[in-house]
Design a protein around this ligand. Structure first.
Ligand SMILES: NC(=O)c1ccc[n+]([C@@H]2O[C@H](COP(=O)([O-])OP(=O)(O)OC[C@H]3O[C@@H](n4cnc5c(N)ncnc54)[C@H](OP(=O)(O)O)[C@@H]3O)[C@@H](O)[C@H]2O)c1
Length: 255
């Protein structure tokens, strides 16, 4: 077990699956106490049990990240049970319908924006004061290359929500840097998770997406989790307000 996050408490949203689950497990192995958030309670309880079986500490908050009460509860559990909050990985997300912009329904648009962007704002409202009270912290959001370096057809709401996250962390970084709070966006490339696989319904679609990356493959969720660990830990102590591409060269590849 490494100790990069010894003595720290972290919230990870979207921890029932994929990148979030890997990140929560990794943060725990690195010594952090975890508050894990997602809608699927059974998955969260399995994760908590696995962390505890390895000698770690974790608590589950089952709920929808669009609900501010869930954001408040996660911070409250971090403070009451573990004594404070140092790290927040606001990672829960949804892709929405893959349709051209004129075909996105206003309800579909709002669902994606609420889940991907407003959720991070609601989280930050409660996480930042807790971090300031602690003398600082690291706030991370999961954005994507889509809408930042690449316009991907069928992803209008997703791209807008994820680009919005980059603006949000820039402002948080500027507002709270003086109080020791860092805020960064992590921009994964195609990642082999349930969400990533849902976007590649056939073997041909998967090969196509793999081929868009300079590395000619998808990321494993563990590779993205390690980059989240970098942003969470003191290894990135002078990094704030950034959009960190961890995308296998999908932004620079034309082959
Ligand atoms: N996979 C990729 O290729 C890729 C690339 C770039 C960025 N990303 C981003 O990475 C993040 C993690 O995605 P993933 O690939 O790990 O997908 P995933 O395995 O499908 O995980 C998505 C997570 O988000 C949670 N979630 C979704 N809607 C929620 C809601 N309303 N309330 C609470 N939790 C919610 C899900 O939990 P419940 O269903 O239990 O609520 C799940 O834990 C997302 O923000 C995604 O946009 C993914």
């Amino acid at each position: 077990m490494g100790r990069q996050l010894a003595g720290k408490t972290a919230i990870v949203t979207g921890a029932s699956s994929g990148i979030g689950r890997e990140a929560a497990s990794l943060f725990a192995r690195e010594g952090a106490r975890l508050v894990v958030v997602a809608r699927r309670r059974a998955e969260l309880e399995r994760l908590v049990a696995a962390i505890e079986a390895e000698g770690g500490e974790a608590a589950a908050v089952a709920g929808d990240v669009r609900d501010e009460a869930v954001a408040e509860e996660a911070v409250s559990v971090a403070v009451r049970r573990f004594g404070g909050l140092d790290i927040a990985f606001n990672n829960a997300g949804t892709m929405g319908e893959a349709v051209p912009v004129p075909d996105i329904t206003p309800d579909g648009w709002r669902e994606v924006l609420d889940t991907n962007l407003t959720s991070a704002f609601l989280g930050a409202r409660h996480q930042i004061p807790a971090m300031v009270a602690r003398g600082g912290g690291s706030l991370i959001v999961t954005s994507t290359f889509v809408g930042h370096t690449v316009g991907f057809p069928g992803m209008g709401a997703y791209a807008a929500s994820k680009a919005g996250l980059i603006g949000l962390v820039q402002v948080i970084a500027a507002e709270f840097g003086g109080q020791g709070v860092r805020a960064n966006a992590l921009l994964p490339g195609g990642t082999d998770t349930p969400m990533g696989r849902a976007a590649m319904a056939t073997p041909e679609a998967r090969r196509f997406v793999e081929g868009l990356h300079a590395l000619k493959r998808l990321a494993s969720p563990g590779e993205i989790a390690r980059s989240a660990l970098y942003l969470a830990s003191d290894a990135s102590s002078f990094t704030t307000g950034t959009a960190l591409l961890v995308e296998g060269g999908v932004s620079i590849s034309r082959a």
